[in-house]
Design a protein around this ligand. Structure first.
Ligand SMILES: [Zn+2]
Length: 537
């Protein structure tokens, strides 16, 4: 028996074999069971999601004389003739290579004749978006008035390119990408049947990079089986086969972004594009790579967490050393967004370029992560400047700043005239005191006095209250504020004050009474005694 490629060998033959398109299978089965088949279908979805396989299953089922659970029985006359190829009522055409108006005119001629076997002639036109405008117009003629025995199934990966006039005449089915888990389960079943030894991680990885396409998954698997014939297929081997080249471009891209080399990132984008690689896949690879960098940076034992070769992990660690955690977070966010946006992008390449340029030029990025990066860059620049010996300039700045702080606004010194005024307005001074500082209470019963110098004497009654002493500084400040001058104060008991007055003037005036200037008379006494009572505690 000749060798059959895996994807052909395991191509689904009945609706029940189909993986991951339950919503479509169910509708089509119901249409067959209820005999309500349409004349034109549009199957859209990315490659490898089962469009042509389901089209063929459907074509066989509509012709079967006794369908079983919606699928062809495989035993009736029609089924047998379809299988041995003598029934020619299922016609496949690839519009990529047959896109001219003549190809469609040929079909238009054929559809006039009823099928030799079975009920329907089923035309499956693959990559239908490739048809020329003339060909679409020709097709439209038949779709407008299709013969009862004809069914068209148009399959495409790019429904936007199909004229609305065609779309409006088709029942549309959107094929979804098959989940990695569904693909993985499926691959495991096949590998068990084939008795091929393959690691779980390798299977999961293939399922993931197939990106929802079963055919891609099987092709990659096929490649691995051929390359590692009779060997156990491990994750590392798969990586080597499909990803070795890829990971180097990922490292290059991160390096270029890190060094803000805009030209280099564009060259790398071009490289990816010219290699015909899927931009979406590349974006998700970059996301995965950034995630791995984060793991390598934040864990001590990354080889246990990361399921890759030791060489790859060593390279990851090396790169992670060069990039800050915050910066990696910025990459992850950006590539995550990119991956999402690419799902519906018409120009994926432009999106990729904008995304990497944004990462490259931090100034263009206004995310919170980029602010952190900008701050880190500023810090680094500052450190560099300091190290380069521009301390002179920065030292000046440093010197100037504290000078300003140290020098308080100095009040002019109070002269005797100011003191006299304060004595005269003592009740006003007391009244102005802030209630909360308790000064008002403590000093309520004091009196003020002036004795031929620039000191304001505050006189209190015996015995001396503790609170008065304690609040001395506060009181001095309050008085300075009131006068707008720098006023020295002394605290004295009434007795002390009287003595001082007698010493100075030879009499004992009442403190709050304004003392007349009799200094000329008594100046000589003052110089003799020069009393200096410091009550200040
Ligand atoms: Zn049958």
């Amino acid at each position: 028996m000749s060798y059959l490629a895996l994807y052909r060998k395991y191509r689904p033959h009945t609706f029940d074999d189909v993986v991951g398109q339950e919503h479509i299978v169910r509708t089509l089965k119901n249409q067959i069971n209820s005999n309500r088949v349409a004349h034109a279908y549009l199957f859209t979805g990315s490659r490898g999601t089962g469009k042509t396989s389901i089209a063929k299953i459907f074509a066989r089922a509509v012709n079967c004389e006794a369908p079983v659970n919606g699928s062809a029985c495989g035993e009736c006359e029609t089924c047998k003739r379809v299988q041995d190829g003598t029934g020619i009522n299922i016609i496949e055409m690839d519009a990529a290579s047959h896109n001219g108006v003549d190809n469609i005119r040929e079909i238009n001629e054929e559809v006039k004749y009823t099928p030799a076997v079975g009920k329907y002639k089923v035309y499956i036109i693959d990559e239908v978006h490739m048809l020329s405008i003339g060909a679409f117009n020709a097709l439209l003629k038949t779709l407008e008035e299709p013969p009862a025995h004809v069914i068209f199934i148009l399959a495409t990966t790019d429904p936007q390119k199909i004229p609305v006039t065609i779309l409006s005449r088709c029942q549309r089915f959107d094929f979804k990408r098959i989940s990695a888990r569904e693909i993985e389960d499926c691959l495991r079943t096949y590998m068990d049947k084939e008795k091929i030894d393959i690691g779980e991680k390798a299977l999961a990885y293939i399922a993931r990079i197939a990106d929802g396409g079963m055919r891609d998954a099987l092709s990659i698997l096929e490649q691995c089986i051929s390359f590692y014939f009779d060997e156990t297929i491990t994750m590392e081997k798969v990586l080597y086969l499909v990803g070795a080249v890829d990971s180097s471009i990922l490292f290059d891209m991160i390096n270029a972004i890190k060094s803000q080399d805009a030209a280099k990132v564009l060259v790398l984008c071009d490289e990816v594009n010219s290699q015909g690689r899927s931009i979406r896949q590349f974006a998700s690879d970059l996301l995965e790579h950034s995630r791995n960098l984060l793991v390598a940076k934040t864990t001590n034992n990354s080889s246990e967490v990361l399921d890759y070769s030791n060489e790859y992990i060593a390279a990851l660690k090396e790169q992670a050393e060069l990039v800050s955690t915050n910066e990696i977070m910025r990459y992850i966010k950006q590539f995550g967004t990119l991956e999402y946006e690419l799902r519906t992008a018409i120009s994926p390449r432009v999106l990729l370029e904008v995304a990497v340029l944004k990462l490259c030029e931090v100034q263009m990025d206004d995310s919170a992560e980029s602010m952190m990066t900008k701050m880190q860059m500023l810090e680094q620049k500052l450190e560099k400047l300091m190290a380069q010996g521009i301390q002179a300039a920065s030292a000046q700045v440093v010197q100037q700043a504290p000078q300003k702080e140290v020098v308080p606004t100095r009040l002019p010194k109070a002269v005797p005239e100011d003191i006299k005024e304060l004595v005269a307005r003592w009740q006003e001074v007391l009244h102005s005191l802030d209630e909360q500082t308790t000064l008002k209470t403590v000093y309520a019963t004091t009196e003020a006095g002036y004795i031929e110098d620039d000191i304001l004497y505050i006189v209190y009654k015996q015995p001396m209250e503790f609170g008065v002493k304690k609040s001395f500084e506060k009181m001095e400040k309050a008085i300075c504020n009131f006068a707008g001058k720098e006023v020295k104060i002394r605290l004295m008991t009434a007795e002390e004050y009287a003595n001082k007055c007698i010493e100075t003037y030879g009499s004992s005036p009442s403190p709050t009474t304004e003392v007349k200037d009799i200094s000329q008379v008594l100046r000589n006494i003052e110089s003799k005694i020069n009393f200096n009572i410091e009550v200040r505690s």
